[in-house]
Design a protein around this ligand. Structure first.
Ligand code: ARG
Length: 267
């Protein structure tokens, strides 16, 4: 019997250690701020992919844009210093799931697959997947991409929803091939040089890219509308609660709208 008890005791210690190990190092905010902890003491680390104007882009060596400003407003309200880590888009949810970053703001669409890995806050913006083509393109509507016998080469940013949808709707059905780029702007350059026939990407970066590259246009017909939200860890309920309710406050008091309107003019 004694042996069993010792064994149970050991197990309890091991479990307790495991529990500690999985928790972020910062314990300070736990006492001062509604019981949450962050990846790094006193900081709120945002993971993003700063190649997605006007949501996030590099300006003067720093990450600027809608997401950076919303994150700054959240950090400010929580009394934390915002740190922004720029990475590949498809590294963001992993960085959050493994506790390297506290939240992901990247014009990120809520999808069921991503919800398996991370928790999403309330949505703070909508995005629309659109199609960019050359001005004289034979592709005139989104339906042309799904037409019988279609065989277009479609440029996308790797692992974005544009990639996921076109892979399912077009590539898997033998209606074309997908060229995946690490940045949306690279897909747009490939369109410019004729390597791809069109680019499927979110409407706001699409507008920004088309403005910079001559001879391209955005088709009137849209692919799909989606919700952007902040991705957070599934194992830090307190921080999720703090960030989600702060974001909701910033939506309610008009701050989020003000930030978005600064970058996106109604058309
Ligand atoms: N909304 C799309 C998605 O979630 C594209 C987001 C790309 N964001 C970025 N920062 N590169 O897949």
């Amino acid at each position: 019997m004694k042996k069993v008890i010792t064994l149970l005791g050991t197990l309890a210690v091991v479990l307790a250690m495991a529990a500690c190990g999985s928790e972020p190092a910062d314990k300070d905010n736990a006492d001062s701020n509604g019981g949450f902890t962050t990846a790094s003491e006193g900081k709120l680390i945002m993971a993003t992919n700063a190649a997605f104007p006007p949501y996030e882009y590099i300006e003067g060596g720093n990450v600027a844009g809608i997401d950076a400003e919303i994150a700054a407003a959240i950090a400010d309200k929580l009394g934390l210093e915002l740190q922004i880590d720029d990475m590949e888009f498809d590294s963001i949810t992993g960085a959050i799931a493994n506790g390297k970053a506290d939240m992901g703001l990247a014009g990120m669409t809520v999808t069921p697959d991503r919800q398996e890995e991370v928790n999403f806050t309330v949505s703070y913006a909508t995005g629309v997947q659109v199609i960019i083509v050359a001005e004289d393109s034979a592709i005139t509507s989104v339906d042309d991409l799904f037409a019988e016998g279609a065989s277009h080469v479609i440029g996308v940013q790797r692992n974005t929803t544009g990639d996921l949808y076109t892979t399912d709707d077009i590539e898997k059905k033998g209606l074309g091939t997908i060229d995946r780029y690490s940045k949306g702007a690279d897909a747009v350059q490939a369109l410019k040089t004729g390597k791809v026939d069109c680019v499927v990407i979110d409407n706001e970066p699409a507008k920004a890219f088309v403005q910079e590259v001559e001879g391209l246009k955005i088709l009137e017909t849209e692919y799909i509308t989606e919700d952007y939200a902040i991705a957070m860890s599934k194992s830090n309920a307190e921080l999720y609660e703090a960030v989600n309710s702060t974001l909701q406050e910033l939506i309610n008091d008009g701050t989020v709208k003000r930030i978005i309107d600064k970058y996106i003019t109604a058309d």
